[in-house]
Ligand binder design. Structure first.
Ligand SMILES: Nc1nc2c([nH]c(=O)n2[C@H]2C[C@H](O)[C@@H](COP(=O)(O)OP(=O)(O)OP(=O)(O)O)O2)c(=O)[nH]1
Length: 134
């Protein structure tokens, strides 16, 4: 059985664009684009994990929408990633990268131009299809 890796990702939206991050080259899935976030620690809720990860990775506070946007499971060779995503709004400040190679604000119609981590593709497709009200 594959190891389950429970992960949360933030879909941060501002002025009709989504904040997308590129993974470091020394990481698993090197150079792939993803939603910032990370693994849920024991005794944390998904929401707590996401707020913590975004503070650590981007040095900002975000407000999460209550309902999950989408979740997917994807089998990588290193394990099964169960990824849950939430729409987030910036409370203040601009994201600052502490881990990622680069980041971009991308409009919904151009999201599929990035080379996403495979698990993210259905989520990106849903975002492009339904968009998000701000
Ligand atoms: N944060 C995030 N992780 C994602 C996404 N899509 C996706 O497959 N993942 C994978 C990559 C990692 O295997 C895992 C997230 O864990 P992490 O962010 O703590 O991973 P990491 O690279 O720091 O650690 P590691 O995988 O090198 O052990 O989920 C996504 O959109 N956001």
């Amino acid at each position: 059985m594959k190891k389950n890796i429970n992960v949360v990702g933030a879909i941060i939206i501002k002025e009709g664009k989504v904040f997308c991050c590129q993974r470091g080259l020394e990481k698993s899935l090197p150079g792939k684009w993803e939603f910032p976030g990370g693994k849920i620690e024991s005794r944390e809720t998904k929401e707590q994990a996401l707020v913590r990860e975004i503070k650590e990775e981007l040095l900002i506070s975000v407000q999460l929408e209550e309902k999950e946007f989408a979740s997917v499971s994807f089998d990588y060779d290193f394990g099964r990633v169960n990824l849950s995503t939430f729409i987030c709004h910036l409370e203040s400040g601009e994201p600052q990268l502490t881990e990622h190679l680069q980041s971009k604000w991308v409009s919904f119609d151009k999201l599929n131009q990035l080379d996403w981590a495979p698990a993210d593709i259905p989520i990106v497709e849903k975002l492009m299809e339904v968009g998000v009200d701000e």
